[in-house]
Design a protein. Structure first.
Length: 698
């Protein structure tokens, strides 16, 4: 790819659009790219207005031209990445009564097969994802839940990428779907205890999950009972179960506040019972154990959360009592209640661990690990009365391992180690955790991976990834795809910036709303820290982020363009102000606690206006930028990336190129097939290599 691309650069027409908010006059010449009928487009992409389709088609042609001559290299990258995937891979079966349930892939298959093993070892394929995907340009398998009596399976799929999932019910004896079909759901499903009905979440006309309905098998879905309906557009609803399977959990929440309702699974006509009414910034999750409820909560100022109990018949807050007290700096991430033990996943000093607590005597045992930086996850499985838990461990150089832990003997049994068919030797790599000092003195963690032979003299290129929103932490786990860059001399680094929870809830609070700019300056500090430590140099760093991390990419492009050789922004949330002013969009009201409501809060308006990437594009040189979007994305709409790209090109004084690639057949997650997704990854990696090499040929 050369800076001079052998194709005419698209020039979107400017159509003046002026509006005033809090006395400030705003100009948005590219507002027209937002289709007025966007809700229809989510359901039927063919309804996209022709002028917008023409622009996006031209942008795709321009981006394709930018990669002319790189087909062989991208094919090499895809072959490498595919060679590291065990194509006929399968998960470790999870026991549940007479069966053990798992997923697997066939050789060459794009989509999973949902399977189970009988106690005699006979396998049954309950659903073949490859078969269901035939004839569809896009196919995403949502939830797949077997009934308590193991006769049926409710499963969901999305055929547009717009996250409208349709639920169907399969008879596992015949392998055929029955007449029950429920459209416009979130994709999750919970069975009633008698297997005669299930609960699901319905999306409203604005694509928001707002209602829990009960569907009785054989009845018309139009008559499904509304079990719960959320009236506040800022709260989303989800449905789940306790580990004991005694209760259906209905949770309504935004990013600061939650409320939980319990519904007995064995009561066919049951009604939900409120645990504790919502109170601003009170968060709690519920588990069940015997006569008690177990609550993970931030009540009483427990910023990093604590564990409390309450009688299940009197669950209100006045009855909550501490079980695992709050310890500042130790963030409790999740809790699972088994018949005899309470399992929690917690993180301290950016290192996760599992803690097992015996309900009988309160004795606790920690399951910890020695590597400097790693990823750890807890898999609760299907069963409640069990003496076994399962966890997943990996590091940036260590392939994923699935291990069973015996709660009685504390014995660890490795059940599966991720295979890399083309070969992988962890000894060839170095993984480290560094800290970069931010402008205010905070130390920002960085997880990194590189080949042992890489010279730390600033000559290495670097791919620096960041996110930093919603309290999400970025795990330092094993990724086979990134080895294609690392094996070419790249340093791969993850900047654990504020806005995540790597250093506790305070780390999140220090990167949201009026403190949002800490996320951006932390990322820049990490890039500069890597330079000072000799890992890379200015102009050798390619920044990478997606969704809210794409907003981070847009912000650092405005703030420190000369630091980066290139920027990859996947489904980037860059039109922050306009999106937060648009209450019709699916995610806007629930996002106000995260960003502020600029329509009613002038301070929030001015804060967002000060950093919103689209609104702060400047007349300056910009690095090369690759923006990726999905036409049917309901989370970060396609027009955010498109508007940003057009304003960049019209305003910048040099640099680039600025490229936009829109998947016209997918949404927020891009291609759904596991090998199709590799094509998109190869595109971003080819872009990163060319940026880091100064656009010289290989």
């Amino acid at each position: 790819m050369n800076r001079e691309i052998p194709h005419k650069e698209p020039v979107a027409p400017r159509k003046p659009h002026v509006f005033t908010v809090h006395g400030v006059e705003l100009h948005d010449d590219y507002a027209w790219i937002r289709a007025a009928n966007w809700k229809e487009v989510l359901k039927d992409p063919d309804k996209l207005p022709e002028d917008i389709r023409s622009l996006l088609t031209e942008e795709n042609a321009y981006a394709n031209a930018a990669f002319e001559g790189q087909d062989a290299f991208r094919e090499t990258l895809v072959a490498e990445m595919r060679g590291r995937i065990k194509e006929d891979d399968s998960s470790v079966p999870e026991p549940d009564g007479p069966f053990a349930y798992f997923t697997r892939y066939r050789e060459g298959g794009q989509h999973p097969l949902v399977c189970r093993l009988a106690r005699d070892g006979a396998e049954q394929v309950m659903l073949d994802g490859d078969h269901e995907a035939k004839g569809h340009a896009f196919f995403d398998l949502g939830g797949a839940a077997h009934s308590p009596d193991h006769r049926l399976m409710a499963w969901a799929c999305d055929l547009k990428g717009s996250e409208y999932y349709t639920l169907r019910v399969r008879d596992l004896a015949t392998g055929s779907d029955g007449p029950d079909e429920v459209a416009r759901t979130s994709g999750s499903v919970v069975w009633q205890g008698d297997s005669a009905a299930f609960y699901y979440v319905e999306l409203d006309e604005n694509h928001r999950p707002v209602r829990v309905r009960r569907h009785r098998l054989g009845e018309d879905p139009a008559a499904d009972s509304v079990i719960y309906e959320e009236k506040d557009p800022g709260f989303f609803v989800k449905v789940g179960t306790t580990q004991s399977k005694a209760y259906v959990l209905i949770e309504a929440s935004d990013h600061e506040t939650s409320e939980v309702w319990l519904l007995a699974r064995d009561e066919p006509d049951g009604v939900p019972r409120l645990v504790e009414p919502r109170s601003p910034r009170l968060q709690y999750e519920v588990e069940h154990h015997g006569e008690d409820l177990i609550l993970l909560t931030n009540a009483d100022g427990a910023e990093d959360f604590k564990i409390m109990t309450a009688p299940r018949d009197h669950p209100g807050r006045e009855h909550w009592r501490d079980l695992v007290p709050y310890r500042p700096g130790v963030m409790i991430l999740s809790v699972v209640a088994l018949a005899g033990h309470l399992i929690r996943l917690e993180r301290e000093d950016a290192r996760p661990r599992i803690v097992v607590r015996d309900f009988t005597d309160g004795r606790e045992t920690a399951v910890a690990f020695d590597e400097e930086t790693y990823s750890l996850g807890l898999d609760p499985g299907h069963e409640y009365d069990t003496m076994n838990i399962r966890y997943r461990y990996s590091s940036m150089r260590t392939p994923s391992e699935v291990t069973d832990y015996d709660l009685a003997t504390e014995e660890r049994v490795l059940r599966k180690r991720q295979q890399v068919p083309s070969g992988h030797d962890p000894a060839l790599y170095v993984t480290r955790r560094l800290f970069a000092q931010a402008a205010d003195g905070e130390l920002v963690p960085i997880s990194l991976l590189h080949r042992k032979e890489v010279a730390l003299d600033g000559s290495a290129p670097c791919l620096l990834y960041g996110y930093g929103s919603y309290g999400m932490s970025m795990p330092a786990g094993f990724r086979t795809s990134i080895l294609s860059l690392v094996d070419r001399g790249f340093v791969y680094a993850i900047a654990h910036v504020r806005g995540g929870t790597e250093k506790g809830w305070r780390w999140y609070l220090d990167g949201k709303r009026e403190k949002k700019t800490n996320t951006f300056t932390d990322f820049i500090a990490c890039a500069e820290g890597l330079v000072r430590a000799g890992y890379t140099a200015p102009g050798r760093i390619v920044a990478h982020g997606g969704s809210a991390g794409g907003m981070l990419m847009g912000a650092v492009a405005n703030l420190a363009p000369s630091l980066f050789a290139g920027i990859v922004a996947e489904v980037p949330f860059v039109d922050v102000l306009n999106t937060m002013l648009d209450a019709e969009l699916p995610l806007t009201p629930p996002e106000w606690p995260e960003w502020g409501n600029p329509g009613v809060d002038e301070e929030a308006f001015r804060t967002i206006l000060s950093y919103s990437p689209y609104d702060n594009v400047k007349a300056q040189n910009y690095p090369a930028i690759l923006a990726l979007a999905g036409l049917t994305d309901p989370r970060v709409t396609y027009w955010e990336a498109a508007k940003w790209v057009e304003r960049l090109r019209a305003t910048m004084t040099g640099g680039g190129p600025i490229l936009l690639k829109v998947n016209m057949e997918a949404g927020h997650g891009g291609a759904a097939g596991r090998f199709d997704r590799l094509e998109e990854v190869a595109l971003t990696y080819a872009f990163a290599v060319r940026c880091a090499s100064g656009f010289r040929d290989f």
